[in-house]
Design a protein around this ligand. Sequence first.
Ligand SMILES: *Cc1c(COP(=O)(O)O)cnc(C)c1O
Length: 340
Amino acid sequence: MSETPLVDLRSDTVTRPGAGMYQAMCDAPVGDDVYGEDETVIRLEATAANLLGKQAGLFLSSATQANLVAMLAHNARGEEILLGERYHIFSSEAGGVSALGGIVMHPLATDATGGLGVAQVMAAIKEDNPHLPISRTLALENTVAGQVQDPQHHRHLAEAVRAEGLRVHLDGARLMNAAVALQQPPADIVAPFDSVMLCLSKGLGAPVGAMLVGDRDFVSRSRRLRKQLGGGMRQAGVIAACGLYALENNVERLAQDHERARLLAEGIADIADLPVRQHTNMVFIEPQADDLEPLRLHLEARQVLFGHQKPPIRMVTHLDIDDAGIERAIEAIRSYYGKA
Ligand SMILES: *Cc1c(COP(=O)(O)O)cnc(C)c1O
C-alpha cells in the first residue's frame, strides 16, 4: 500500500463498502429470492417503492439491467423509445434494448442543460402509419451528466406524451443527487413517471445493484423479464443489505459531494487555459489538446485520477473523496499549470 491514498475522481462507481456496510451484509437475513423468500431483498424493494412513491419495487444487478428490463416491459418489438441522444440508454448501454428487444430508439438532440423540449418531443411522436414504428415510451434522465433537471418541466413533458398514449420512464441513476440538490422529496420529483430506475452503486456507495419501481403490474412483468435475462439472484440479501444501508445512510451526505465538487471547481477556476464547470457531484475541465495527456500523467504521478474521456473531462466526487483529497487534486492541477 502506498502512503498517499488514491484520489480517484474517475467516477462515483469506484466507492468501496465501509465497515458499517460490511456489518449490514453480515447481519442480513437471507433466503432464496427467486422463491420470493429473501427478507432483506423484500425489505429493500418495499423501501425503494415507498421512497419513490410507487406501488412496488424490484432489485436488479445493475442500472443497465434495470433500464433494459423497464424498456422491455414497456415496449414490444418494433415499438419505439424517444430519448435524448446523450442519455445513457442510447449512448452507453451497448444498444441492449435494440439488440435484445427489437426496440427502436429515436434519439433527440439534448439542449445545453441536458433537457428535451415539449414541442421537440411531440414532433417526434409517429403518426399511425404502417411505414413507422409505434412511439411507445419517452425515456428521460435525472441528473444528466450531473445537471439537475427541472421536475416541473419533466411533469409537462410527461403530461404531453401521456395524452398521446406514451409511457414515461426515468433513468434516475443519480436521482438522489437531484433530490438533495433541489431539497425536494424524490417521490415528488418522480411522480409524473410510470417507472423509475435508481442506481445503488454510484454516489450511494453500494458495491452492486439498482432499483426499478412502478405499479404492481409493471413490476411483476419486470420480475419475469429479469428472470429471462438471467438476473434472478438467490441469497441476494447480502447485497440488498448494502442497498438498504446506502438508502438509510448515504443519501443526505450527497450534499457533501456537491460541496466538495464546488470547492474543487473553485480551486482551479482562475487557470486561464482550463475552462471549468460544475454540476452536483461532477466537475468538467477542458484542457487544451496538447495538455491532455501530460496533465493526466502529472496527476497520476500524484495519485490523482480522472477519467479517460475526451474533453470535457469529468471529475466526480463521492463518499471515498474527503477534503484532503480535494486539496490534493487542486494542488496537482495547479502545479501542472505552474500555479503552486
Ligand atoms: C451509470 C449509469 C447507468 C448504468 O449503470 P451501470 O452500473 O453501468 O449499469 C444508467 N444510467 C445512467 C444515467 C448512468 O449514469
